[in-house]
Design a protein around this ligand. Structure first.
Ligand code: ADE
Ligand code: ZN
Length: 350
C-alpha cells in the first residue's frame, strides 16, 4: 500500500486507535527479552523474531460466535497476547512514545488514543505503572515530537461491569478533572461486544459524565445486535461519538438520531475491508456523506491489521470511494470538529 504525497503531507488527527494495537513486533520482541517473557500463543511458542513477524501477516478470524472458524485465532486474542510483554511503567512509556513518534512521521498532529487498563491489571500489573507510563509519554510526546494527545479510558465490556467501575475509580486521579493529572478526558467501551450491550455500562458512563468527561462507545461493524447497540448508544447512554457504527446506515431512525444529536462516527475502513468486499463497503462511506452523517477516518489497531495506519486508511478511502482532495480535507476537518481538543489545539490544526 503506497501512501501518496498528498495524504502523507496532510496534517492529521486520529480519534480511533488503541494504544495496545500499536505495539510493533520489534518493540514486542525487545520487551519480551528484557522482561523474560516467552511468547506463547495458543500452545505454540514464537522462538525467533522471524516467527513472530510471520504471525502478523494473517488476517485474524471474525469471532467464532458469529460463525467464524474456531481453529483460527481471533483478532482480540492476538491483541491481548501482544499485551503480555507490557509489565513495567517504562514498557508503557516506550509503547506510547513509539506510537507518538510514528504520528510525527505521518504528520498526525493530535490524537485521542484508547487504553485498556484492565487488560494489564487483570494480569497483575499495577494501574499506576500503566497510567504513569502513558502520562510521561503524553508530556514527552508533545515536547519531543510535537504530537498532542488526550487519552480515552476504555471499559472492557466482556468483563464484569463492577470490575470496570473499580478500574475507573483507580484511574480517576489521572483524569482531566479538578485536581487530576490530565491524562484522559473521556471514557469508552471496547473489547468483545457479543451480548454486551452499551446499556450495561450506563451507570458507569454516568459516573464519568458527572466528572465532566466525554463519552463514546464501540459499536463494531457487522456485530450481532449492532442496530440495537447503536440505538442504545444514541438514545439511552447518550454518547457524543460512536466508534465504528457504520451499520447505522441500515436504519433511518439511527441515521436521524446521529444527525440530530450531532454524533460523529470514527470509522476505520481497512478494519472492515479485511472481511467486506470492496463494492459493498466503500459505497457505504459515500452514502454516509450524502446523508449528512459526520465521520472521520482512523486506523483502530494498525499493527494487527496488516500494518495499515491512518495514512493507509485515508489512501484506501480516497482510492476506493473516489473522493476528491477537497473531500479528504473535509474528513480531517471533521476529525478536528469531532475531537475534544482545546480550542487552541483545534486552531493550530485547522
Ligand atoms: N479493542 C481493541 N481493538 C478492538 C477492536 N477492533 N474491536 C473491539 N475492541 C477492541
Ligand atoms: Zn476500536
Amino acid at each position: 500500500l503506497v501512501v501518496s504525497p498528498f495524504i502523507a503531507e496532510l496534517p492529521k488527527v486520529e480519534l480511533h486507535i488503541h494504544i495496545e494495537g500499536t505495539l510493533r513486533p520489534a518493540l514486542r520482541w525487545k520487551l519480551a527479552q528484557r522482561n523474560f517473557v516467552r511468547l506463547h500463543f495458543r500452545g505454540h511458542e514464537y522462538k525467533t523474531y522471524e516467527e513472530l513477524l510471520a504471525s502478523y501477516e494473517v488476517t485474524y478470524n471474525h469471532r467464532p460466535e458469529l460463525g467464524g472458524r474456531k481453529d483460527v485465532p481471533t483478532f482480540l486474542e492476538a491483541y491481548f497476547a501482544g499485551c503480555e510483554v507490557l509489565l513495567k511503567e517504562e514498557d508503557f512509556y516506550e509503547l506510547a512514545m513509539d506510537y507518538l513518534e510514528r504520528c510525527q512521521e505521518m504528520n498526525v498532529r493530535y490524537v485521542e488514543p484508547f487504553f485498556d487498563i484492565q487488560a494489564h491489571t487483570r494480569r497483575g500489573v499495577e494501574a499506576k505503572d500503566v497510567l504513569n507510563g502513558y502520562l510521561r509519554a503524553q508530556k514527552d510526546g508533545l515536547s519531543k515530537f510535537g504530537v498532542a494527545s488526550n487519552w480515552i479510558f476504555c471499559f472492557l465490556r466482556d468483563e464484569p461491569v463492577e470490575d470496570g467501575e473499580a478500574a475507573y475509580e483507580t484511574a480517576r486521579p489521572w483524569a482531566s478533572i479538578e485536581g487530576g493529572k490530565g491524562l484522559f478526558h473521556a471514557v469508552g467501551l471496547a473489547s468483545n461486544a457479543y451480548e454486551r450491550p452499551p446499556t450495561l455500562f450506563k451507570n458507569a458512563f454516568q459516573r464519568a459524565k458527572d466528572d465532566g468527561l466525554h463519552i463514546t462507545t464501540h459499536c463494531d461493524f457487522g456485530q450481532k445486535d449492532t442496530h440495537e447497540h447503536i440505538r442504545q448508544a444514541i438514545f439511552e447512554v447518550g454518547v457524543e461519538r460512536i466508534d465504528h457504527g457504520l451499520d447505522a446506515l441500515d436504519v433511518d431512525t439511527l441515521v436521524d438520531g446521529l444527525r440530530e444529536r450531532n454524533i460523529g462516527l470514527t470509522l476505520c475502513p481497512h478494519a472492515y475491508h479485511r472481511r467486506t468486499p470492496t463494492e459493498v463497503l466503500f459505497p457505504k462511506l459515500r452514502e454516509l456523506l450524502d446523508k449528512g452523517v459526520q465521520f472521520c477516518i482512523n486506523s483502530d489497531d494498525p499493527v494487527y491489521m496488516h500494518n495499515v495506519w491512518i495514512d493507509g486508511n485515508m489512501e484506501k478511502t480516497m482510492h476506493y470511494c473516489g473522493f476528491t482532495k477537497a473531500e479528504m480535507v473535509q474528513f480531517v476537518r471533521n476529525s478536528v470538529d469531532m475531537s475534544w481538543a482545546d480550542d487552541s489545539i483545534k486552531e493550530q490544526i485547522r
